[in-house]
Design a protein around this ligand. Structure first.
Ligand SMILES: [Zn+2]
Length: 132
């Protein structure tokens, strides 16, 4: 999918990067998985004396927060084949989550310490979603 990116306040450039979109069934599945991890940790922490007064409610609250956040993720952008325009450094094995509320993704290059801004066109993302 064509994605424009901004770097060093220059005009946007276009690049073709793989975008993986998730349908609502997959999003629900991932969301329940995250909820299950936190709920499991909460159940285990019941057996820790004194600390369970803090851990159990905190983990249950976090289970809701992170599962809702995971459900809002509509896809992911694979930038493993993307080279930093400044230092030519590869972002090895990296995917960035795409959320419905925010289709502008910021990536920090640790090699040259600069930000790269990816802007995903919502209409093409919706088109990609319906084909899956
Ligand atoms: Zn760089």
């Amino acid at each position: 999918m064509k994605i424009s990116f901004y770097f060093d306040e220059k005009s946007p450039q276009e690049i073709d990067l793989p975008v993986k979109t998730l349908n609502s069934k997959q999003r629900l599945k991932h969301s329940f998985k995250v909820f299950g991890y936190f709920l499991g940790a909460a159940i285990v922490s019941v057996f820790i004396p004194i600390l369970h007064f803090i851990l159990v409610p905190t983990l249950i609250i976090l289970a809701f927060i992170f599962s809702i956040k995971k459900f809002k993720q509509i896809g992911s952008l694979d930038i493993s084949q993307f080279k930093c325009p400044n230092c030519e450094h590869f972002f090895n094995d990296k995917t960035i989550p795409i959320h419905a509320s925010n289709t502008t993704l910021s990536v920090y290059c640790f090699n040259c310490r600069k930000n790269i801004l990816f802007v995903i066109n919502e209409t093409s993302l919706n088109a990609a979603t319906t084909t899956n």
